[in-house]
Design a protein around this ligand. Structure first.
Ligand SMILES: *Cc1c(COP(=O)(O)O)cnc(C)c1O
Length: 434
């Protein structure tokens, strides 16, 4: 499978090039070019297939000529010591749990695979420096995934504020390969700096710079695998429609679902479950998109006014707008409905959901109770309830057990350097470490 920029559909690059040089020269974002038909795998795979086994089977089929089955098995084994879990709640509803990775967020799946596949594809004489803007636990997920990998250095750029959860033993200053750098500025400044560093071609080439953020298509691709996994587990019981309800902020997860569909997974639709920041729903319904003012909610990972994957989503809509309007249903769940869903999930089904997953649960329940709908909705549980323990506990009356790994996530650590938000300062800090 080759990749093309959303702005230059005629220039194709390999997967390796797309992940190691993830900013197309003419702007835009990399997306798969021709999507391969995976039905021969998805329709017939044994429901008992383990997750690493599924990845080791599907990845080489998708990345023919780049990742052979032996390499793919090595990548899958070194990535997935955690697995998604599908829990059927009743005839109408299942939950796909994606929050059992090292930081309790579904993003662990894409990040861990990116690091492993990059190491595999770099081969023996390649090297790479991965620049990532991070807030919250994403930095920990990235540090964890890249730590100790051969010929790779992970530079993690933080905005002002406390830096938490990193293991100082993994820092370059202690013989590791992680360089946390804090800038005196905002998260937007971090993202701007990374784009500037990628665009400083001599500098980028000297160090082999790419990004570990969601612009890297190597994070998008592995998110397709867990949709396949859910389908394979459910296919025997499906009698009507199949819909996935996806808590949606930057639309990365939803777009991965759309690729799973394009690859032949039988699915009838996706709910783009947004919180009060739902201006993008207009675009999905075929209207003009006007970004709204950012509203703070109790599902903060969904507080996005202009999704960073806008160009990727637009490329689907440009191809087939009439189809897309029947494939993606936007819904908006406000804070009150989110808490009500969290409570309902507990009292009706005995499951604890974090607020992001509760947004998707609320939208799923709304659809499954609609007259005329006879199908099965899979709710993506993207965040771990223990990371919102106080809220979950207040709403459900339950004590939420906190895994020991999460306690480490809250421990403050010092970055290797603190700099002003300028490219020369960033490049100077990197040069002094390497
Ligand atoms: C990032 C995140 C989301 C949103 O995913 P997108 O791919 O940005 O739409 C949902 N839930 C949780 C817990 C997240 O961390």
């Amino acid at each position: 499978m080759q990749f093309k920029s959303t702005r230059a559909p005629d220039t194709l690059v390999s997967f390796k090039n797309a992940i190691l040089n993830c900013l197309p020269a003419n702007g835009g974002l990399y997306v798969p070019d021709a999507v391969l038909d995976m039905r021969q795998y998805i329709l017939y795979m044994d429901p008992g297939t383990s997750y690493p086994e599924l990845v080791a089977t599907v990845a080489p089929a998708l990345l023919q000529g780049e990742l052979n089955p032996v390499s793919a098995a090595r990548v899958a084994e070194s990535t997935f010591d955690f697995e998604p879990q599908l829990t059927q709640l009743d005839d109408t509803l299942s939950v796909l749990t994606l929050c059992n990775g090292p930081t309790g967020v579904f993003k662990d799946y894409g990040i861990a695979f990116l690091a492993a596949v990059m190491e595999e594809l770099l081969g023996i004489d390649g090297r790479a420096m991965i620049l990532s803007a991070a807030r919250g636990d994403t930095g920990v997920s990235i540090a964890h995934a890249f730590s100790g990998r051969r010929d790779m250095t992970s530079v993690i750029i933080y905005p002002s504020g406390p830096v938490r959860g990193l293991d100082p033993a993994s820092y370059v200053t202690n013989g590791g390969n992680v360089i946390p750098i804090q800038i005196r500025g905002t998260f937007d400044d971090c993202q701007r700096l990374i784009l500037e560093a990628l665009n400083d071609r001599p500098f980028a080439e000297r160090y082999g710079i790419t990004s570990g953020n969601a612009i890297n298509p190597g994070r998008l691709l592995p998110q397709v695998f867990y949709y396949f996994y859910a389908f394979i587990k459910l296919k025997k019981i499906l009698t009507g429609e199949l819909v996935f309800s996806v808590p949606t902020g930057n639309f990365g997860n939803l777009i991965a679902g759309l690729y799973a569909w394009k690859m032949g997974m039988p699915v009838n639709g996706f709910i783009a479950a947004m919180n009060a920041n739902n201006a993008f729903g207009d675009y999905i319904m075929g209207k003009e998109f006007k970004p709204g003012k950012l509203i703070q909610t109790n599902s903060p990972a969904l507080d996005v006014s202009l999704p960073s994957n806008y160009e990727r989503l637009a490329s689907f809509y440009m191809e087939a707008p009439a189809v897309m309007r029947h494939m993606v249903y936007p819904d908006a769940i406000d804070d009150r409905a989110t808490l009500a869903a969290m409570e309902e999930a507990w009292t009706r089904y005995g499951i604890l959901l974090d607020p992001h997953s509760a947004v998707a649960f609320a939208a799923a329940r709304r659809l499954s109770q609609t007259a005329g709908f006879s199908g099965h909705v899979v709710v993506l549980a993207t965040g771990h309830p223990a990371k919102h323990a106080e809220l979950v506990s207040r709403v459900t009356g339950q004590q939420v057990a906190i895994p020991a790994a999460f306690i480490r996530l809250w421990k403050k650590t010092d970055p290797v350097a603190t700099i002003s938000p300028q490219l020369d300062a960033l490049e100077g800090a990197i040069a002094s470490c390497c």
